[in-house]
Design a protein around this ligand. Sequence first.
Ligand code: ZN
Length: 460
Amino acid sequence: MLTDDLYCNPRVREFDEPFKLSLTDIDFVPFGTGDILQDAERRLGIIVASDVETTSCSPVISTSELTRIRNNVVSNYNSLRNNYSNVGSSLDSSGVVAQYSGVFDAMEGGNYCYRQSDQHLIDDIKVCADGANQVLQNAFNQFASNFSARISPIRSASQELQAAASSATNSVEPTLNAYKRLWANNFQFHLHNGVNGVLDNLISEYKIIMEGSNTLFEQGTNRVQVNFEAEVRQSNIVFGAFGRALDYWSNQDGATGYGMYVDNIRMYQDSLNKISGFTVLASDLNKQIFAEIDLHIAEIKKQFAAFPNFVQAIPTTGFILDPNTSALKFYSRQAVLNLAEAAGSHFTSQIAPGKSLIGTGFSYQHGGKMPPHKEHKDGKDCDIFSEYFKVGASTYDETKSVQMATYLLENKVTRLIYTNASVVAAANAACPANAVAIIGARHETHMHFDLDTATALSNG
Ligand SMILES: [Zn+2]
C-alpha cells in the first residue's frame, strides 16, 4: 500500500567524522639543508699539492700535524663506512650526512702546504674523501629506492582519487576511500635534497600529491553534494504540493483534492527513493537536511491519517440513491446512513406505501468540500427527496412532508432544513423535545438533515 512505503524512512548512508586529514596533521619532516655533495667537491678541489721546495708555499704543515689530520680523517671515514655502508630501509639521512660532514671537517680546511715526502698522507686523505662520497652516493641511492617503494601505494591511491573526484555523481564513497587509503599510506621521512636527483623528484611528487589530495577530496564530495541538494530541493517542491492539495480538498473539491494528495504521496515517495540513492558526508548541513525530511514525512503521515474514511451508502427498502448524483457523493458516517435507511423504511411503510425516499447526497468518501453544497463536508449531512416534498408541484403533499419532518425530529436529527415555513412549524410543534427544524432557502425540493458528531456517536 502506498502509505506503507512512507513508513520506511529514507536514510542515505552517512560517514562519520573525522573523515578528512590535512598536511598539518601528520609528522611531515621538511627536508633540505643545502647541497652537501657540492660542498664536499669544492673542498676537495682546493687541496694544493705543494712542491718540495718549502719556499714556494708557506707555512709548511709539519709531518706530525699532517699525520694527526690524516689519522683523524681516516678515523672519521672508517666510522662513516662502518655505520652507513648499508642504510637498510631507513628514510632518515641526518645520521649519514652528519657523519659524512665529519670526514671533511676532519680535513680542517683541506688547503695544505706540505712536504713531498708527506704525499702518502695526502693520498690517504684523498682516498677517504672519495670513499666518503661513494658511501653517501650509495646511501642516497638506497634512500631513493626506499622512498620509491613507500610512495607507490600513495601514487596509485592518488590516481584513484583523481578518477573518483572527476566522476562522482551520487556517492562520496569512492572519493572517500581513495582519500583515506592515500593518507593511510602516508609515512615520515627526514631526507636531504640536492644529493640524489631521483630522490628529489620523488619528494616533489610526494608533496604535490599530498597537497593536492584535499582539493580532490573537495571536488569529489562537492560534485555529490550538488546533486544531492538538487534532489532535496526537488523533494521540497513536491512537499509543497501537499498543502495545495489540502487547500483544494477543503475549498474546491474534496474528491479531487484527496486524489491530488494521494498522487503527490507517490511523487514524494519517488523523490525520497532518489534521495536514498545518495551516499553523502555526515556534515551538519546534511544532518539538518535529514532531520527536515523526517519532519516532512511525519507531517504527511499525520495529514494523511486525518482524512476521514466514510462508509458507502447502499440502497435499502424505501431508500434509493439518486442516479443523477455522482456515486462519489454517497458516503457518510454509519449513524447517518442508519437514520436515512430507517427514514426510508418508515416512509414506504407508514407515509407513502410503495414509494421510496431518494437520497440526493451525503459526503465524499474522504470528506472535503462537495460542490455545489456549502456543507456536506464531514459525513454528518444528508439530503432526501420525494415528489411529495416538492413545494409548488402538483405532487406536493404537505401532510406527508410534515410526517417525514416530524419523524426525523423524533429520531434526534440535530438540524432539519426545509423551505416551507408551515411544515417547519408543524414539525417543531409535534416534537417540542427536539424542535430543530429551520426554514432555509433553496430547500424547496428536498429536506436536509444533520447528525452532529456527538449525536452520531451516541446513536451508534
Ligand atoms: Zn443538503
